[in-house]
Design a protein around this ligand. Structure first.
Ligand SMILES: *Cc1c(COP(=O)(O)O)cnc(C)c1O
Length: 217
């Protein structure tokens, strides 16, 4: 653990480092917290709830995995940002639960940038259509903070770079067309342990790093 803490200090100067702590014990998160880390990411609601209960309350918790509508209510009171909104019905539920909790919840719109079948996220055409139709302007308790994407899990650096670049270009287009006056539409969440260096070169403002920080899962 922490073998490359210098690298991570360096990342933190360029982008927001979300330490992905899924499957890792409370003690490992507390140790990272004690070093000054505040943004942590989890992909399962129950695990996130348990960790939220056990750990300092100034941690900013990011939900990074696919989220079922019926579980939004559990995290709505405290979640800092939901990276994985890829459906207007999910957004409608987030709006409802945010309002109930008198909160504004930050979300990212997840876009499918890899051609692998398993990846979550909006097809970019559909996302543009939803934005054109004003879907995401109708949620007073949601701040749309930007885009999130996952590249293919391949060795081919050119392919990975191309996918990140496509997310960056889509971000620029959406910013210009729909959020030019929004100060909070500013985040591009891309890059994991295996590809964060490429992601940073291609304009990531947020990287989600697990195993390179905490060790293998
Ligand atoms: C697990 C996970 C990560 C972190 O993966 P590592 O390869 O361990 O860095 C990032 N993003 C999402 C959506 C994840 O599920």
């Amino acid at each position: 653990m922490y073998q490359s803490i210098k690298d991570f200090v360096e990342i933190s100067n360029k982008a927001t480092l979300v330490a992905v702590s899924k499957t890792k014990p409370i003690e490992a998160i507390q140790a990272m917290y004690d070093l000054g880390q505040r943004h942590f990411g989890e992909n399962r609601v129950q695990e996130l709830l348990d960790k939220y209960e056990a750990l300092p309350k100034d941690i900013k918790w990011h939900l990074i995995g696919s989220l079922q509508k019926n579980k939004v209510k559990y995290i709505a009171p405290f979640v800092h940002m939901i990276h994985s909104c890829d459906d207007r019905e999910l957004a409608t539920t987030i709006q409802k639960e945010a309002l109930k909790n008198h909160r504004i919840i930050k979300i990212l719109l997840q876009v499918k940038i890899a051609d692998e079948e398993t990846k979550q996220g909006y097809e970019s055409e559909l996302l543009l259509q939803e934005l054109q139709n004003g879907v995401y302007k109708t949620f007073p308790n949601i701040e749309v903070c930007g885009l999130m994407g996952m590249a293919s899990f391949v060795e081919d650096e050119t392919k990975v770079r191309k996918e990140f670049k496509s997310l960056f270009d889509l971000f620029e287009l959406i910013k210009k067309q729909f959020y030019v006056d929004s100060s909070y539409f500013s985040e591009i969440s891309m890059g994991m342990s295996g590809d964060y260096k490429i992601a940073l070169e291609e304009g990531a403002t947020m990287v989600r790093i697990g195993s390179a920080l905490f060790g293998k899962r």
